[in-house]
Design a protein around this ligand. Sequence first.
Ligand SMILES: [Zn+2]
Length: 485
Amino acid sequence: MASEYEIVIGLEIHAQLLTRTKMFCGCSTEYAFNEPNTNVCPVCMGMPGALPITNEEAIRFGVKAALAINCHVNLYSRFDRKNYFYPDLPKGYQITQYKYPLAEHGYLTIETSTGEKKIRIRRLHLEEDAGKLMHQADKIDTAEYSLVDLNRAGVPLAEIVTEPDMSSPQEAKIFMEKLRNILRYTEVCNGNLEEGSLRCDANISLRDPETGNVTPRVEVKNINSFKFVERALEYEASRLKGYFEGDKDVIRETRGWDSKLQKTISQRSKEEENDYRYFPEPDIPPVVLTSEYIENARKELPELPDAKKKRFVQTYNIPEYDASILVSTKELAAFFEECCANYDKPKEVSNWIMTEVLKELKDREIEINDAKVTPKHLIGLLTEIDRGMISKSAAKSVLAKAFETGMMPGEIIEKEGLKQISNTDEIQKIVEKVIEENPKVVAQYKGGKTKAITFFIGQVMKAMRGKANPKIVNQLVKEILDKPK
Ligand SMILES: [Zn+2]
């Protein structure tokens, strides 16, 4: 028996497309805050005789997403019916692209701990979303029941299926993050896992490299955060090991991740494809594209994260690590560039964004675009530091205050009395006083213990409540201590 089993993971990702209307009817896709069953019509409610019409915007968004993940877009694709019954699916079938998908053979390159790795993408196809079930527990007669909301029924989805190329839960997480980032850059999906506009199902199995034995493949559903992608797969990888020791519970099935229990739970045995009785959708003509259409969509693509990262390294001469963090969202990248357009120390800007700005955003649980701090604020702050008006440590609290109030750094420094003291005479008086009060440490210093200098600097800063210009304090302490008596 092998000590290390190989982990094999493939992902199926559903991305809700940000079209204004649904996949096959004119109903609005803005369902989240609306009353249940208000964004519906005979088509998305599955009334007999209602005819679907393909939404061109959904096709265009699908093509853009496909190009952004390096897929080949097919000039001919077609919709099929996937037949199954569920209360949130009023037609009794889902319209999806089964046999002829919109796009195939893509890939994304991810950065893993051992270097770059290419994850192949098998296909991207379009389909419609189902409605939502709201499970209720009736307190009066203790009967449980479910309500059906069809506002989401018919919202366009792009389903992206990878090859089983990921060999650790961590790689799966990195892939998901990268894919989300690209979809958001492309503006075809808002990428919100918590709200379900980006959903991830994962297939996982283990292989014993010595015997070649493979466990049954398990599909894990309901993964609604990046943290859970990794956790659910780690849990499942360790559960699957039992198969090699004769655990009869490891079977081919679908399991759901329960974030409260922190474990996966068996849902149902996995359907075979022929259970769905796929056949061509007779009411919708095939999607026939021209090369020109595809090229136009390609022209609409923005600069994608990898290209932007490369450019940042070259243009701003910042480390690759910095660049990869700065391009993690389109908005953060834009914030950085706007700062650099008006302030010529890109590395300094990058340092502040990567540490203090991101920390403030995280503490406040907001995105950069929702923050009261704009590039103007950050440049203002850096300029105050450059002019010696404020120490770096005081600058951090000024930035926090700017995040809180939206006030400009100059105003905050004035109002809070944080102005740094650079007046040499004023500092010299304190330095002389501190040296006079500590003859023992002076003796140690003169005796060769040069590190004692930090004691004096600390005492002076303390006496001046951190407002003294540290450069001048440093210089004066050294000067006065070294002065021959
Ligand atoms: Zn409708």
